[in-house]
Design a protein around this ligand. Structure first.
Ligand code: URA
Length: 151
């Protein structure tokens, strides 16, 4: 029912072939738990499907190469809500160039599906003082799912 969309695999994800299994993934698990969701109940994906060398930002042509897969994932899953994490997922799905600080804090629609942009957990690890805003975003996600902390 919920699809979380991040940026790209890092070194840990690359090794294990699974998204969000490193430190950012641990924080993501905690964020999901805070709204009463187990990781197993959520479909987690990335915008870019391969690890950008040295964890650099994904390049536009890498995003273009990978996003048809993501669009098909969304089509097949038909989630009740989407939560994008970080700049790249939000900008792609919202077809926007706005900074994440301007995109988060609102609920958008992607092909009719409520879409809540929030900060990337890796950013929250560096800037824990931003966690309160991410919490507000997660409450919006819970509300769209009609359960838990957001009711
Ligand atoms: N960051 C992401 O955006 N995705 C992952 O899978 C891991 C870290």
């Amino acid at each position: 029912r919920l699809m979380v969309i991040g940026e790209a695999p890092g070194a840990d994800e690359d090794r294990q072939g699974e998204p969000f299994v490193g430190r950012a993934g641990q924080l993501l698990n905690g964020m999901l738990e805070a709204i009463g969701l187990k990781r197993e109940q959520v479909y987690i994906a990335n915008i870019v499907k391969c690890r950008p060398p040295g964890n650099r930002n994904p390049q536009p042509e890498e995003i273009t190469a990978c996003t048809p897969y993501l669009e098909r994932q969304i089509e097949i899953l038909k989630p009740r809500a989407i939560c994008t994490m970080g700049l790249f997922a939000a900008q792609f799905l919202l077809d926007s160039k706005a900074p994440i600080g301007r995109l988060r804090g609102r609920v958008f629609r992607y092909r009719g599906i409520p879409l809540v942009p929030t900060y990337h957990p890796a950013y929250l690890l560096r800037r824990p003082e931003e966690k309160a805003k991410a919490w507000q975003d997660l409450l919006q996600v819970a509300r769209r799912l009609g359960h838990g902390a957001g009711r």
